[in-house]
Design a protein. Structure first.
Length: 203
């Protein structure tokens, strides 16, 4: 309970820091904290350092995380509908099974992040970095990947119907197999495979 009170105090100071544009309060910096027992509803979480923290199963609908460093944090099965991760550092973060419909990830670093079985329907994924990102069995219907970079991106079993912005995306390599048994497609072949999948009604 004492730890929770300490975190709440830090959240309140961060709220003040954001509100006063850094003139008062203190920027949030927490690491390896389980946030599942704290009501985050009324707290600002943008422009913060929140690394290796646990958000699993929380209701974070419309929560603003823009410009935050969220490396290695865990959002398993969280409700992140319409959440904002604009320019966030999401490297190594785990969104397995999360609902991130209509969320904004534009310009986020998603290197080695895990989105397996996540629902990214209609998500804004423009200008993101998807190096070794895992989208296995994820739903990416109508998502926009314009200007995003793909390299070693795992797409095995993903629903890519209606995927937008492929012509503007930088697609170096994709993995249509698994981590254990990779099937790598490069350049033009990778883009052609993605276009074919985006035009299919279901995978």
């Amino acid at each position: 309970m004492e730890i929770n009170n300490k975190i709440i105090e830090q959240l309140e100071l961060h709220q003040l820091w954001v509100k006063t544009i850094g003139k008062q309060g203190r920027k949030l910096g927490i690491d390896e904290i389980d946030l599942r027992n704290i009501d985050l509803t009324n707290y600002t979480l943008d422009q913060a350092y929140i690394t290796e923290c646990i958000f699993s199963n929380l209701n974070l609908q419309k929560k603003d995380f823009h410009l935050s460093v969220l490396c290695s944090s865990v959002f398993k099965s969280a409700n992140l509908i319409q959440a904002d991760f604009y320019k966030a550092d999401l490297s190594y973060a785990d969104f397995s099974g999360a609902n991130v419909e209509n969320a904004r990830f534009a310009k986020a670093d998603c290197s080695e992040a895990i989105f397996s079985n996540a629902n990214l329907t209609n998500a804004n994924l423009m200008a993101c970095t998807f190096y070794d990102t895992n989208f296995q069995n994820a739903i990416l219907r109508e998502a926009n990947v314009s200007s995003s970079s793909f390299k070693g991106t795992i797409l095995n079993g993903a629903d890519l119907s209606g995927l937008k912005g492929l012509d503007e995306a930088v697609i170096k390599t994709i993995n249509i197999g698994t981590s254990e048994r990779p099937i790598i497609l490069e350049g033009l072949k990778a883009k052609e495979w993605l276009k074919m999948k985006s035009q299919s009604l279901s995978n």
